[in-house]
Design a protein around this ligand. Sequence first.
Ligand code: NDP
Ligand code: 8X3
Length: 264
Amino acid sequence: MQTQQQTILVTGATAGFGKAIAKLLVSQGHTVIGVGRRQAKLDELTSDLETESGQFIGMACDISDISAIQPMLDKLNSEHGDSMPIDVLVNNAGLALGTEAAFETKLDDWMTMVDTNIKGLIALTHAILPDMVERNSGYIINVGSIAGNYPYFGGNVYGATKAFVRQFSLNLRADLLGKNVRVTNLEPGNVGGTEFSVVRYHGDTGKANKVYEGFESMSAVDIADIVSWLIHSPAHVNVNTLEVMPTAQTFAGLRIAKNGDKDV
Ligand code: NDP
Ligand code: 8X3
């Protein structure tokens, strides 16, 4: 069990999983550097967490602009002293845009998912990993998705970005042989109560709410509990991948269009 106070950088801390993860870890005494684009949400979280035992530091940054990542880390170090080694990186920021079939989507949406879920995640990892290796200590938790493991209608590029995140996580482990740096790909299924579906449906809250009707989805707190458990697990244990779903959810089945039916 890792009990000492750690410095944990969490992307996507302004909402959903990232916000729940930040709240839990700060309440456990850790220092959380929360990254997101919305400064007002970061300020809100800073004041909400003021009385907790740990510390929250908000850093506004659009990770899809990879040229903004190093300046954000430089600012963090200059404002909080060069002694801000990051013990844990939680690459959580990401998004899905659209639920249409591939031939009906907007190319811009595809590119935004690639820029955020892939390019932002690898750029931040590239910036932080060498220091972990040098210190022979560290942990990268990537938030993938079941969408990276199972194909489903409308998952096209979103699922492909998460499949990238899964393979990148496993390949990091391969490169980190002999280094004391852990990597986990956390692969949740349906989680309600976050902004994920509102973003996916381009702000249509009616459609977004329907996704969660009629069953009990997981919550951001469930995900935060898992992340906390991973961080506090013994340093000699590496969870490579961790897939979790609501009990009500299961895998998509294979389908056949019969009698030339195009309307399936
Ligand atoms: P939310 O939409 O609630 O939160 C997404 C977070 O990512 C926000 O804090 C947002 O902050 C941040 N973000 C998005 N784009 C950027 C960017 N360009 N730069 C910096 N931050 C960014 O989603 P969830 O909490 O539900 O999802 C979190 C992660 O979990 C995502 O990677 C998602 O793909 C994955 N996931 C979600 C599941 C679900 O069912 N909800 C299931 C499986 C995986 P801001 O807008 O302020 O920048
Ligand atoms: C989100 C999970 O099932 O909505 O990553 O694609 S799902």
